[in-house]
Every structure is written in C-alpha cells, then in structure tokens.
Design a protein around this ligand. Structure first.
Ligand code: HEC
Ligand code: HEC
Length: 263
C-alpha cells in the first residue's frame, strides 16, 4: 500500500499567510509604537489667519511668502511652533542686522502675536509644538537634579560651560549664557537646535530627562558661590589665573618689603 498523498496546499495559501503577517505587524506597531507628540496645530483658524498676516508683513521678505525660504533665510516649513516661539520669544527674530548669529533682544511682539505666527508656521507642516508647562517647570527633587546635572555635563557643557555660563565657539559664534532663560525656551532650544546647536530628539533625551536638565540649569543659577566671588563662573582657567595673579602680587610685595629692609 502506498502512503496517502501529501495534502496539496491551496495556491492562495502563501498569499493569505503573507497578508495576515502584514496585518499583524502593522497592528502591533500601531499599538506598541511610542506615541508621537501631536505635531499638527490645534490652533483656531482665526489665529492661523492672523499669524499669516503678521508673517507676510514682518517675516516674508526673508523667509518667503509661504515660509519656503530664500537665499537669505532658511525655510520654515516643518520647523514647528516651538521654533517660532523660541526665535521670536527670545527676540532673535525678526533678524535685525546681518551677523553670524542672531543675537538675543527684547521680544518685538506680544504673546498673542507670537502665538499666532507660531500657529501659522505650524500649519505649513508638522513640527515640534510649544511644550506644555507640565514638562518645562523645574522640579525640586534631588534625584532629578542629579540626573539633570549628569545629562547637562555630557550633552551641553562643552558649549554652554558647566554651570551654563556660556562660551565661545568657532568663527565668531558663541553659545549664550543660560542665565535667566525660561524652562520653555530651554526645552524649545533642545527640540529645535537653533544655529550651531544640535537637536536633542525625544529618543536621545526623553521629555522627562529634558525636564531634569531644566531643573538643574535653574537650580545652578540660584546656588550661592561658597568661595565668595564666582568670577563669572567661566571655568578653571579664569579661576586659576585669578589665584596666580593674586599670589604673584603677594610675592612681589614680599620681595619689595624684604628689599627695603635689607637696604
Ligand atoms: C532679515 C531677514 C529675516 C527676517 C526679517 C526674519 N528672519 Fe527668521 N531667520 C533669518 C535667518 C538668516 C535665519 C537663520 C539664522 C539663525 O537661525 O540665526 C532665520 C531663522 C529663523 C527661524 C529658525 C528656523 C529653524 O531652522 O529652526 C525661525 C523660526 C524664524 N527665523 C522665524 C522668523 C519669524 C517668525 C520672523 C518674523 C517675525 C522672521 N524669522 C524674520 C532671517 C530673517
Ligand atoms: C555644539 C554646541 C552646543 C551644544 C552641545 C548645546 N548648545 Fe545650546 N546653544 C548653542 C548655540 C550656538 C546657541 C545660540 C543659538 C542662536 O543664537 O541662535 C545655543 C542656545 C541655547 C539656548 C538659548 C539661550 C538663550 O539665551 O535664549 C538654550 C536654552 C540652550 N542652548 C540650551 C542647551 C542645552 C540644555 C543643551 C544640552 C542638552 C545645549 N544647549 C547644547 C550651542 C550648543
């Protein structure tokens, strides 16, 4: 007796298995993937319209009528509300003088006008939104402060100095002092990476860790200098030089005094 013939597979079986696998993978991804921050604007259409008018009057000469950019300024498509809030809020935009780096200045617009322009730019394409206060308010928890200190030293201190006092970069650029900068601007600087500053995405530094960094920066600024004079907190070179000069003056004074006594 011969063995029963092996069951023949239906010709469509492979296709069905493949489709099933695709559906399961897609479904699992939707369920398990980290939720993206809502990138699209939730602003009212009236705000977007007001923002468009302000933008056309104040920004379009450089950034183009649709924010598409020009030879003199980058495109704003996809930079998000966070970038506009940061750039306009810190007075960097509208750019006043042609310099290597837009300097900080008093904000030329009201909060409503800034928000309207941010809403307009966010309506062009998805980008990072203005972060909510819940994630930009400093927390006073020793563990989070320690984490923030650690993260700041590894990610920011090479440009902004250990206590955020700022420092020089190449070609006349500089990393500004972080003194007096609000939590919101610190957060926005991290997610938008202005100028030569890198972008710190949420996979790189989570929103929670960003809040720890904000907490550390704000905390470091309220710390008294236990040694008396902070010398601008610009680092060991300045402090070393100060000590060296002070010691030298003392030694010269000694030498002069001894010389007087000997003669
Ligand atoms: C005189 C030209 C000029 C004007 C006017 C101007 N900008 Fe800019 N803008 C620039 C240049 C140049 C840069 C890039 C250099 C920099 O970031 O410092 C820039 C950068 C930006 C960025 C950062 C883009 C990014 O990649 O994250 C934003 C946001 C922005 N501008 C918004 C505005 C808004 C809003 C206005 C109007 C209130 C405005 N700008 C007016 C020249 C201009
Ligand atoms: C490669 C050097 C570099 C690194 C690393 C860097 N920054 Fe910056 N940062 C800059 C520069 C340059 C600017 C000024 C940008 C401008 O003027 O448009 C800046 C601006 C800022 C501002 C705006 C300050 C103000 O006065 O408005 C904040 C806040 C800030 N950085 C925070 C951070 C934090 C927090 C980190 C670490 C997570 C970091 N930066 C890492 C170079 C750097």
């Amino acid at each position: 007796m011969s063995a029963p013939p092996a069951r023949r597979r239906h010709p469509a079986a492979t296709l069905v298995v493949l489709l099933l696998a695709l559906v399961v993978t897609g479904g699992l991804y939707t369920v398990l993937a980290p939720s993206r921050a809502e990138a699209t604007t939730t602003a009212a259409p009236a705000d977007v319209e007001a923002g468009r008018a302000l933008f056309e009057a104040n920004c379009s000469t450089c950034h183009g009528l649709q924010g598409q950019g020009s030879p003199s300024a980058p495109t704003l498509v996809g930079v998000g509300a966070a970038s506009v809030d940061f750039q306009v809020g810190t007075g960097r935009m509208p750019l006043r003088a042609d310099s290597v780096q837009a300097p900080e200045a008093p904000n030329a617009y009201t909060d409503e006008e800034t928000a309207a322009m941010a809403a307009y730019v966010a309506s062009l394409a998805p980008g990072p939104p203005v972060p909510p206060d819940s994630i930009t308010t400093p927390v006073d928890d020793p563990e989070r402060l320690a984490e923030g200190n650690e993260l700041f030293r590894t990610n920011c201190a090479m440009c902004h100095n250990v206590v955020g006092a700022g420092g020089a970069l190449t070609r006349g650029k500089y990393a500004p002092s972080l003194e007096g900068t609000t939590g919101t601007y610190i957060y926005e600087a991290m997610v938008t990476g202005p100028q030569s500053m890198p972008v710190f995405s949420d996979t790189n530094i989570t929103p929670e860790q960003k809040q720890s960094i904000i907490s550390y920066v704000e905390h470091a600024q309220t710390q008294p200098s236990p040694g008396g004079l902070s010398l601008g907190s610009i680092g060991p070179v300045a402090e070393g030089l100060f000590t060296w000069v002070a010691a030298l003056v003392a030694l010269i004074a000694c030498a002069v005094w001894l010389g007087r006594r000997a003669s």
